[in-house]
Every structure is written in structure tokens, then in C-alpha cells.
Write a protein that binds this ligand. Sequence first.
Ligand code: CA
Length: 664
Amino acid sequence: MRPLACITMILTTMSAVAQTTDFSSYPVYAGSDLGLRYEASASSFRIWSPSADSAELVLYAQGTGGTAIRRIAMQRAESGTWTATLAGDHRGQFYAFRVRIGGSWGLEVPDPYARLVGTNGRRAVIGDISASDPVGWSKDAAPAFAGKSQGKASATDAVIYELHVRDATIHPSSGARWKGKFLGLAERGTKSPEGESTGLDHLKELGVTHVHLLPSYDFSSVDESKPDSTQYNWGYDPLNYNAPEGSYSTDPSDGITRLLEFKQLVQAFHKAGLRVVMDVVYNHTMTTGTSSFDQLVPGYYYRQRADGGYSNASACGNETASERPMMRKFMLESLLYWVEHCHVDGFRFDLMGIHDIETMNLISRRLHDVKPDILLYGEGWTADSSPLPDSLRAIKRNAYRLDGIAVFSDDLRDGIKGSVFEHVEKGFASGKAGMEQTIRFGTVASTLHPQVDYGGVNYSKAPYASDPTQVVSYCECHDNHNLRDKLAISAPEADSRTREEMQRLAMTIVLTSQGIPFLHAGSEFLRTKKGVENSFQSPDSVNAIDWSLKSKHKDFHRYIAGIVRMRRSHPAFRMRRAEDLRANLRFLEGLPAHVVGYRIRGEAVGDTWKDILVIFNGGDDSTSVVMPEGGWKTFVSGNRIVDGVRAKDSQDLKAHSATILYRD
Ligand code: CA
């Protein structure tokens, strides 16, 4: 997440409240019935608002506008909660809450626990969430993603593909019927005008295991009441954490339709053998003083500075306080809902460095109990400073203290292609000198290895992962220039064919690194965002995936799919424990500058390739290395798959190329 134009709305009165409040004295509600419990005979509501002196449930006939049908005084209940019960079937009615604090009524806000919401998420809907189950939902199950005969999956068995719901199908070339919608990405058999598969079928063909959807909960920035032809946002502006985004549904006014279509997407992916990861943004809310959180319990859900003002580690106007029991509980219950009710298979935590380690480890334990092979990872950093000490937060250098949660390696990302902040800077793949130790560091997934000189690594000067399962390897995501654009800006002297080789090398490094590989949508066929660096609200003309690129760069795409297949077939690239890595992966010493090479004893880790050699030449010139003795076969030479060709004793390494050899 790195939008620069989050709307900031901090009410100074709220800061004053925060300044004078000791939140640790607030009661903690332990029950699991916050929000709405619907039955045809009655609907029950409960909110937590310990500082309120009155609370009201307000009913409406519509999701926005109009006047209230009824205002119902809520009853004070245990542990700072307020309750109301409506006899009879109120399905389809909308509701909001407001509370009175210190004699003043606040704003009406949607239920923070709302699962069904109306247009623009202004009000929640009374209804039965199970009415949103698609046909066959009770039989829906996540597919296995471990390699054959490997038993229980490890996070390193995953190949993640990051995708924005709208980007996937909004371009005419997607061939999808429901362009830009959850249903569009759930469609099978879609083709580009050139006859290439698109959308879900494309991901199946590419061979990835997990699709990671950019924010798909209800975000604020896109007006769901308007035709969507001109609106766009990544969605890092959370409004309702437990309801799907309306602009991706065919009817944003209908809470059931929103949820049904999200589930249909999950179901379609599961049927196709892929898993679904959600990008979640619990670290901040779109607005501060006017959010449901702050209207119901002023100050409580956010951290404050010493002077009482809201701290802002998200750079979006606020940061939530995961260490406070009811925020921790909110996150946990929200995540459990997405897994248990919506069958989601993993989460990517935006600015995870804002959350505290204790909360993240609790979340991990509880989610792994429900789904043992759930995939959890996040950004181990913040966008600004936080009052919570670094030692308590889930930042990258504390990754070894996180249990079953991985962090993104910006070391590898920028080591491969150059800093995302220095646009013209090159990286290893585009010819920058002195990046060998950074590539070694990425290869061993930021773990301890005797042949990595940590002083020579670009950012981290020490290992931060205790096992390769704790690191996500990548060189491109939705943030910053995409890889093709970055290479065009930083290597303008290279022709487009040369830059294509750089991109092949860059992606091969990611897909052969230990750790969890992560690809951004379209990088496998040279997608461009036309040089736009931060496209969080750029139009479709910048963000939409042009599927015609797939046939234009068919050879490129087939190469990447081949490397994905290789990784998934060879456990040597997916080691689970750092001790296996230290014992079985040896870097080749004495290589020319710009060259990194390593050898894996595949046999020792159950691979059919008994011995594997991987060599990357990031330099602008070709070079050669003498092979270790003994009958090597070539899998990749000069960024091309040439499986089975007998390797020469001296291996030529083209500029900006990967070489992969094996003995079987
Ligand atoms: Ca929305």
C-alpha cells in the first residue's frame, strides 16, 4: 500500500478525548455475538461502547438517504455492550447505530461488524448470510497445493499471483462477460481476441497456486451508486472490513448479492485448483473521527501520540491499536469470518509492521487451527513512525519471532531491479555492480547461511528469517513502477529485447529463490502501466490488463510458466527449513563479477534432480564458467528452456541471463 492521497479526517475533539482516557480501564467483552444475529423470528444486535451513556439502533427502508423508520433505544448490557432485539422478520431493512457520549449524540454509523451492507456501505442490512451461499457451497473445499507425494503443504510450496479484481477483466481483450466484477474473474473459458486464455483460465495455465486479490472488502473511494466507467481505486481505504466491495458486485445495493458473488469467485478458484488470498488493511481506516470505530468508542481503536493526537504510521491519517484487546478481537473475528464463512485461504497484511507481534501470533495460531495450510504474510514495515516500540511490532527485522507468518523481502526486490524510490537506479538483473551478496541473501530467503556476507547486502545487514517459510520473494507488486516500466526507466540505453532478457532473469531469480515466490499480475507477459508509478487511482487505461500482450509475448509467457512448473516439480527450490538449506545449498565461489551461482544437493532433499546448478549473470556482457565435473544436463540456458541438452564443460553465460543445469 502506498497511495499518497488517502483522505485524512482527524477531529481535534477526538484527540482531546483520547488524551484524557485510560483505555486499559475499559471493560473487555468476551462474547462472540457482536453485531447482528439474524433469525426469521427475531434480530438481535450488540455493540461495544463502554463510554456511551445512551445507544440507539436506527432502522431504514433503504441503504442511503430517506428518514428512519424507527429509532430503538438499546439496553446497557455486560462489559460495556449495548443490546437491542427486534421481534419478527426484519430481513431487507437497513440499520445503523449512534451513541451519546457526555450528553452529545454522535453520527449514525454502520455496524462495524456488518457482513451485509447497502450501497457505499453507509448502512448495514438485516439478513441471513447463509442466503448468500452459492449452489454447492457446502461441498466447496480448498485444493491441495503441496507437490505430489509431499504430504502437508509448506508455505514455500505456494506460488502467489497478485491481482486487482477490476484489472483482471475490465479490458475488452479479457473476453469476460462481467467485466471488472467478482463474477468476471470467476468466469471460465474466457479468451483474448487472439484466442489465448484470460482471467482465471490464464492463472490455471500459468501454474500458480494462490491468487492474491487486492482489497476486496468494502472500501470507500469508489462511489458504488454511479456507473463505474470512470472510477478506479486499489482499495486501501477500508470502510467495512467484513463485507465485500460493492463496485465489484453486479448489485451494490444488495448485501446478499455482494457476498454471494464474492463466494462464487472463491468457489470458481477452488474448482480450478487454485486458492484465494485476501489483502487486508486493518492498520488504518479511511476516516478517523467519523469511522464506526471512533464514533462508537472515541479514541480506543487507534494509537495516540504523547500529546493525545492520533499517531499516523499508515501515513493515511491514523493507525489502529492491535494491542488493545477489543481491536485485537475485532481483527481475529474478522479474519475467522472470512476463512470459516467465505472459505478464504490466506491473508496479506498491509503495513503489518503497524500490528503488534503478540496479536499477529495469536491470529496465526487461531487461523492455523481452522485451516492448517493457510498462507499468511505481510509488509514488515510501516509508512511512518509509530508510538508502539519497534521491539513489539511485526516489522521485518522481527520476522524470526513471527510464527507461521512471512514478510516481504524488499532486499531481494530492490536488489534485483534497483530501489523503488530511486527510479533510475539499476539492480542486479539490469547490470548494477556489487549486488552479488544481495542476490545470495534473497536466494537463501534472508536466513543464516555461512556463504552470505551480510555486510554486502543492500538493506538488511543480518538474517531476519529463521526459516525460508518466513519470507516472500518478489521483484514487483502493485506499488511503484512495475518491472517492465522500471527497466525502461532505469536502463534506457538497453533496447527492448535486452530489457526483456533482464525481466526473464529477474523473474527467474524470484522463482528459484527459497522462500515464497510472488508475482504481480501481467509481469509474465510484459504488462506495462505506461510509466505510472503510483496507479492507485489511475484510470483503466493505465491499470487494465491488456490480454493481447499475452500473444504478443507468447514466448516470454511460456518461459515463465515453464519456470513455475519447474519450481513446483522440484522440492529443491522449496526447502522448508534453514538447516536443510545450509546443508544442501552451496554458493559457487570465484565466479566473475556480476555472476551468482549455487549448487543444490537435490537428492538430499528428495528431488529427482540429484544435483542442481543455478547461475545468474546480471552483467551487461556475456561470460563463461567452467562446470564442476560430471554429466550435467541443461534445463535453462540463456533464459530459454532447453530441457535435456547435454551441457558443455565450459558454460557460456549470456548477458542478463539465467542458466539452470541438473544431473539426474
Ligand atoms: Ca465500497
